[in-house]
Design a protein. Structure first.
Length: 133
């Protein structure tokens, strides 16, 4: 099976000091992609979540609801722009073996099955390469 690395648009970061529950993230920017890197997390829109859930047998990850908000910077430089709902992908798999995994350096590696799903969505700002493994 072929594997690919994907480095999504980087738009946010984990929120600090939030109560337990769904992971929370703050967006400084958002250029419109459906897959976002909010280091160390990967976030996806509801449509991507649904498409991934429809593929049977995918391994190496779990998708959970994420709480998001815009930063003061975002509100100042993108007034009126609204963020869609996002879901956090908790990657637990091994790069080059599971459908989603992280390398030792934290780079996301996905199988061809996952890549086929992602290519149906807005990921124009992501860097995609074939994984050497």
């Amino acid at each position: 099976m072929k594997f690919f690395t994907i480095e999504p648009e980087s738009s946010g970061f984990p929120a600090v000091g939030t109560p337990r529950g769904a992971p929370a993230f703050v967006f400084d920017t958002w250029l419109g992609d459906d897959v976002i890197r909010a280091y160390p997390a990967v976030l996806v829109t509801t449509s991507v979540k649904r498409a991934l859930a429809a593929v049977r047998g995918l391994t190496g990850f779990e998708i959970v609801r994420a709480r998001i908000r815009s930063s003061p910077f975002f509100r100042k430089y993108a007034p009126g722009k609204r963020l869609p709902a996002f879901w956090a992908i908790q990657v637990r798999g091994y790069a080059g073996r599971d459908d989603m995994g992280l390398t030792a350096a934290g780079v996301l590696v996905v199988s061809r099955r996952v890549m086929d799903v992602l290519l149906d969505f807005r990921i124009g700002r992501a860097t995609l390469t074939q994984h050497p493994g």
